[in-house]
Design a protein around this ligand. Sequence first.
Ligand code: NAP
Length: 258
Amino acid sequence: MTQNNAFRLDDRIAVVTGGGAGIGRGIAETFALAGARVIVADLDAAAAQLTADAITEAGGQAHAVAVDVSNEHEVIALFEQVIGQHGGLDVLVNNAAIFPKKPFLEVDTAFWDSLQAVNLRGTFLCLREAIRHMKAGKGGSIVNISSVSSMQAVVHHNGTYNATKAGVNSLTRTTALEFGPDGIRVNAVLPGGIPTPGARTASAAIELKGPIMGEGRIPLGGIGDVQDIANAALFLASPASRYITGQLLAVDGGFLVS
Ligand code: NAP
C-alpha cells in the first residue's frame, strides 16, 4: 500500500484571511500541518502573529500580515507582497467576516454597508486579486467560507449577514465557471454553528443551544467544532478535490437537511 498524498499541501503557498482567530486559525494550523506555507492575514495584527508563532513553534511555516479585507489598497498590497516574498500563490481561503445582528426594521444603510464591506466586498477583492495572480501562474484552489445562513434564515435578526453569505455563494459559482479553464477551482464551505471567539461575542452561542439552531435539529447530534470546518477546507484546497469546483459544501451535522 502506498501513502495517499492527495490531501497534502506540501510547498503550497496559502493565504488564510481572518486567520488570527476561530475557524480561520484552525484552517491555518491544519494547512500548515499538511505542509503548506501559510500567510495568516487578519485585521488584528497581534492575533495573526499569535497564529503564525504557534504554527512556527509546532514546526510549520507561517507569516503574519495585517490586512483589512474591505480595503482595496490593502488587499492589492497583500497579494503583491505574497507573490514578491513567496514567489507564487496556490491557495486562498476567504474566511474573514463579521456577523453583528439587527432586527430588520432597524437596519440602516451604515449597518448594511459595514457587513457588505467586509463579508462580500472583502471576498470579492481577495478573489479578484488572487485569481489575477493564479491565472498568471499555475492556477490554484480557492475556498470561500460561507454559512448555512446563506441557505436558511436559521436565526432571527441576521438578514444582513445572510444576504452577504448568499452573495459569497453566488461569487463561488460564477468564478468557478469563469476560471475553471485557467486551472482555478473555487468552492465554498458552509459551516453550521461553531463555537469561536466571534460566535460567542455575537451571542450565537445562545442560539446554538436554542430551539432553532439547537442540537435537537442536527441529525448527527451535537455541535461541530473548528476542526470539522478546517478538514473540509483542507479537502477542497488540496488535490484530493481536483475534479470539484463551484460546490457549496455544508459542514453542519446535517442541519440543512433537517
Ligand atoms: P471570528 O472568531 O470572529 O474570527 C474572525 C477573524 O476575522 C477575527 O480574527 C477577525 O479579527 C478577523 N476579521 C474581521 N474583520 C476583518 C477584516 N475586515 N479584515 C481581516 N480580518 C478580519 O469568526 P469565526 O466564527 O471564526 O468565523 C469565521 C468564518 O466562518 C466567517 O466567514 C463566518 O461568517 C463563518 N461562519 C462562522 C460560523 C460560526 O458559528 N462561528 C457559522 C457559519 C459561518 P477581529 O477579531 O479583529 O475582528
